[in-house]
Ligand binder design. Structure first.
Ligand code: ATP
Ligand code: MG
Length: 150
């Protein structure tokens, strides 16, 4: 069981001003932020990130959407991170998402669905590496933060 996952606040949610509310829910659910940035994906970066869906009919639209504005990738840490974060965001289509999940609260539909979440430990490692170098990942426990303040 791995303890890391990659979240992305997608361009729809960033554009609608929902980034702060989403980050708040993630932190309150017990995830630690290891790294975070705002980035406007290039076409080739978005195509590479979602290469697993290359043959799907919605691939072109997905790349169009993910390059339509800035997004916020976030590397997260928590025990059982992949599964717990997928539970927090809810089903891909917000119509099927449980009450209180991030997609139920902020997604507009199956495509404009506010957030991404890794679907396996292996993909989480690769997806974190897609956005962050190892020296951009921080130890976000309170003792470490206090040490850094000195
Ligand atoms: P993500 O990988 O972004 O966390 P997911 O794992 O819940 O989402 P996937 O099946 O991996 O769902 O699909 C990737 C993304 O492609 C979805 O989040 C959504 O933005 C888009 N997508 C999925 N299915 C459709 C569809 N039928 N029509 C349009 N867009 C879709
Ligand atoms: Mg997926």
């Amino acid at each position: 069981m791995g303890n890391r996952t990659l979240a992305i606040i997608k361009p729809d949610a960033v554009g609608n001003g929902n980034s702060g509310a989403i980050i708040d829910l993630i932190i309150k659910a017990g995830f630690k932020i290891k790294a975070m940035k705002m980035v406007h994906l290039t076409r080739s970066s978005a195509e590479g990130f979602y290469a697993i869906h290359k043959e799907r009919p919605f691939f072109g639209e997905l790349v169009e959407f993910m390059t339509s504005g800035p997004c916020v990738p976030i590397a997260l840490e928590k025990e059982n991170a992949v599964e717990d974060y997928r539970k927090l965001i809810g089903a891909t289509d917000p119509a099927n998402a449980d009450e209180g999940t991030i997609r139920k609260l902020f997604a507009k539909g199956i495509q404009f669905n506010a957030v991404h979440g890794s679907d396996s430990d292996e993909n989480a490692i690769n997806e974190i590496a897609h956005f962050f170098s190892t020296d951009e990942l921080f130890n976000n426990d309170s003792e470490e933060l206090i040490k850094n303040e000195r």
